[in-house]
Design a protein around this ligand. Structure first.
Ligand SMILES: [Zn+2]
Length: 137
């Protein structure tokens, strides 16, 4: 629930940042066009300044665009698996299964499949996947 709120917040921020990047990109193109115009008018100093501003802005916005695309790609790949650990006090068996809505720690669970006594949720956590290690040749 809190996670969902965070996710929508991130999306809003990234949309805003993306809009700012596109505006910067558009302005940098305008600066370059104006620079070309200034070059034909003979004002070399203005041309150099505008070209510098245009290319720096374009490089920055291009870099951020690349970074944000990479970030979005990472978000798409990442599917966090939330696990619920159920502990049976009678036989000391900890069973893990996928998190279901309504699960909370210390909640009494359905009877243990082995000894039929009630289990209890002892932990809810996100599965940590080990990152693939690069193969050394
Ligand atoms: Zn049991």
């Amino acid at each position: 629930m809190t996670q969902n709120a965070n996710n929508t917040g991130n999306t809003k921020i990234s949309t805003f940042v993306l809009a700012a990047i596109y505006i910067t990109l558009a302005l940098s193109i305008v600066a370059i066009i104006v620079a070309v115009g200034a070059f034909y008018e003979g004002s070399l100093e203005v041309t150099i300044y505008l070209l510098a501003i245009g290319f720096i802005a374009m490089a920055l916005s291009g870099y951020y665009l690349f970074q944000s695309r990479k970030h979005v790609a990472n978000l798409k790949l990442e599917k966090p698996l939330i696990l619920t650990a159920i502990d049976c006090k009678a036989c000391n068996k900890i069973e893990t299964r996928e998190f279901k809505r309504g699960d909370f720690v210390y909640k009494d669970m359905e009877p243990c499949p082995k000894c039929k006594s009630n289990g209890m949720i002892v932990a809810i956590y996100r599965e940590v996947k080990e990152k693939e290690k690069p193969v050394n040749v």
